[in-house]
Design a protein around this ligand. Structure first.
Ligand code: FAD
Ligand code: FO1
Length: 453
């Protein structure tokens, strides 16, 4: 049978994490970051392997009891999306299994039960993902392939080192985009299905139940279908004003795709391909590509090549030196994590941003910078500020616990991918923002009214 995937899947997407010899047996896709059926290079590679080896294909997801401060509501959003993924897989005769616990504990036994011959998983630069994969690799005797299904240009191909700034990264991505920004083959159904029970969803939702059993009303609908609808609505209604209005939190010009991109309910490559065809000005398409491709893939680059991506210690020397020089400057206001969390500072604009986070699960991109920079200004030390911003973002943001978040905090507070600015108290040479600057850009009072107490 001609293999439709061989040509479509660029070998540079694939990394062999453990070099055990392949043996005859089921192909297992351990799904983690890219939780979708459509436009998923990891699933397509696993499907290719199953076709070549003439073996069954199954998908497994390991549910951890905790995940970087994720709330029960974040878990419910993810689980509802996974239920839709299970339906899409079973329709293609691909059974879906949900395991409970640490991957290194639960996967080896599962692979034995499946008589697995090879395992495929999706790429992530995050430490937790690398720890999971290292733990699993030590306990299995079949090959484990990792496929970059999250980036258009695979992270390890785009650059082999931590990039200094978007301006050093952009030419490397742009030079390769033509080779990678290609349409996806359809993941065809398997000829027959291995019989399997539906996943134990009641148990899964039970682990995500404390507090209210619903997803907050201000949050979007989870899953691939809702993600596709969000993209379609952005491309038809908001992309055309994105170039001009994306920094105005009152304009509703942004895509709102980040929760879907974070949980992998939609592929960035699919978003980029569809944006290219959209009826919108080039300036808007260019601005959207700058964020969706350059900035987003630069975040994976930062997390891939900087072990301390989630801490103050990861920031560049010029920034650390400058912030430490001003660490003892008097702070006009001082707040701890709970005061920030409850939006109880003196600053109405900052409180409105925190309330946007609490109500909608994310803060508008422009306000997110202001939000983090004021945490720097009103925390006892720059290290404390960094940890507070990461903790609040991971605890409340629906798109949190993501390379974009760690890099966003590192940019705002630690000058990562930015340059030194005019030196001032507390900030040192870190780029400064204030409410007056926001009011010059957009109607701050209207934003405050919208997210007022
Ligand atoms: P759009 O403007 O429509 O952008 C489309 C997509 O491009 C986004 O979904 C995202 O994947 C990507 N993108 C946009 N801006 C950036 C950026 N600055 N860096 C990297 N990728 C970008 N993004 C998250 O996904 N999760 C986070 O937890 C997160 N935390 C942040 C914290 C701070 C302090 C800052 C300054 C930025 C943070 N960002 C985070 C990046 C950015 O603010 C969000 O990706 C964006 O606002 C999401 O809304 P959207 O999808 O409507 O964005
Ligand atoms: N991925 C998993 O494989 N198992 C989990 O239990 C899990 C929980 C989870 C909770 C919140 C959240 O924002 C993401 C979560 N993820 C989980 C997905 C996660 O995005 C990726 O697996 C990691 O980013 C690693 O790349």
């Amino acid at each position: 049978m001609p293999d439709p995937y061989k040509t479509a899947i660029d070998p540079r997407r694939i990394t062999l994490l453990s070099g055990c010899p392949e043996k005859a047996g089921t192909v297992v896709y351990w799904m983690s970051r890219d939780q979708r059926v459509q436009s998923n290079w990891a699933l397509l590679f696993a499907r290719h392997k199953a076709a070549m080896l003439k073996q069954p294909l199954v998908v497994v997801f390991t549910l951890s009891p905790s995940f970087l401060g994720a709330s029960p509501a974040h878990y419910r959003f993810m689980l509802k999306g996974l239920q839709e993924t299970e339906t899409g897989l079973v329709k293609r005769n691909i059974p879906f299994f949900l395991l409970f616990g640490d991957p290194a504990e639960v996967l080896p036994g599962f692979l034995g039960e499946m008589n697995a011959g090879v395992m495929v998983t999706d790429y992530s630069p995050m430490k937790i993902s690398r720890q999971w994969k290292a733990g699993v690799s030590q306990r299995i005797s079949i090959p484990l392939y990792e496929v970059d299904a999250h980036n258009i240009v695979p992270c390890r191909t785009a650059s082999q080192k931590q990039e200094y700034a978007a301006r050093t990264f952009r030419p490397k991505i742009t030079a390769l985009l033509g080779e990678f920004l290609k349409p996806f083959p359809e993941p065809s159904a398997m000829p027959s299905a291995t019989p399997c029970m539906p996943a134990n969803w009641p148990r899964a939702f039970d682990t995500a139940k404390t507090g209210s059993a619903c997803i907050p009303p201000g949050w979007p609908e989870p899953g691939e279908k809702a993600a596709g609808a969000c993209l379609a609505s952005f491309l038809s209604k908001r992309l055309r004003i994105y170039g001009e209005k994306r920094n105005d939190p009152n304009a509703d010009a942004i895509s709102h795709l980040s929760p879907y991109l974070h949980f992998g309910h939609i592929s960035a490559q699919e978003c980029a391909l569809r944006a290219l065809e959209a009826d919108a000005p080039d300036i808007s398409k260019k601005a959207f590509f700058e964020e969706l491709v350059i900035r987003r893939e630069l975040s994976d680059n930062y997390c891939q090549y900087n072990e301390q991506y989630d801490s103050f210690d990861g920031i560049p020397a010029w920034a650390k030196e400058s912030l430490e020089k001003h660490a003892r400057d008097p702070r006009e206001h001082l707040y701890g994590e709970e005061t920030f969390a409850e939006a109880r500072t003196h600053d109405r604009l900052w409180n409105a941003a925190q309330r946007e986070l609490l109500e909608t699960g994310k803060i508008h991109g422009y306000m997110r910078m202001y939000w983090a920079k004021k945490i720097l200004e009103w925390s006892a030390s720059p290290e404390k500020a960094f940890d507070t911003a990461v903790a609040l973002n991971d605890r409340y943001a629906l798109d949190g616990r993501d390379p974009n978040g760690y890099t966003g905090v590192a940019w705002s507070i630690g000058g990562v991918h930015d340059r030194p600015w005019f030196e001032r108290p507390v900030f040192g040479k870190i780029r400064y923002m204030n409410a007056a600057g926001c009011a010059r850009k957009f109607d701050a009072e209207s934003y405050i009214r919208r997210y007022g107490s």
